[in-house]
Design a binder for this molecule. Structure first.
Ligand SMILES: [Zn+2]
Ligand SMILES: [Zn+2]
Length: 141
């Protein structure tokens, strides 16, 4: 947690933004859950905990965290983007239901290897990747 807080401070400095307890609360709130939540859900969760923070601050802070690779943004196709933090989280990919927006996480070693291979074939050294599959979940079929 201390390290994660340090990270936030560094990033805010880099972005020319002030470190405020509101921004700290937003970051803590994101870190407190492994769910995929949209910005409004994060905002409402903060309000429920009686943290006084504006919607604009929540949105702006999330943008900065995404930009600095601390939070992953998932474009789920329907509804707003979802977010999850990336601190100490093992790499995973996502499969998303196009009807209800349900998100499942998966890792398939063969796919991971294949992506590296594809990158190499194109003369790239793979940094990171973002794989999202879209379909219709069991409940929605
Ligand atoms: Zn569904
Ligand atoms: Zn995830």
């Amino acid at each position: 947690m201390a390290n994660n807080l340090e990270k936030l401070k560094q990033v805010l400095v880099k972005e020319g933004l002030r470190f405020t307890c509101q921004r700290e609360e937003v970051w803590k709130e994101i870190l407190s859950s492994n769910e995929h939540r949209d910005a409004d859900e994060i905002y409402h969760s903060l309000r429920k905990k009686a943290v006084s923070v504006s919607r604009a601050t929540v949105y702006r802070t999330i943008d900065v965290l995404v930009k600095n690779n601390m939070v992953r943004k998932l474009d789920v196709g329907i509804g707003p983007n979802k977010f999850e933090h990336k601190m100490g989280i093992k790499h995973h990919d996502h499969i998303i239901c196009m009807k209800c927006g349900k998100i499942e996480e998966f890792v398939v070693n063969q796919i991971e290897k294949l992506q590296k291979k594809v990158a190499e074939e194109y003369g790239f050294k793979l940094g990171r990747h973002n794989l999202q599959l879209f379909g219709i979940c069991k409940d929605c079929q």
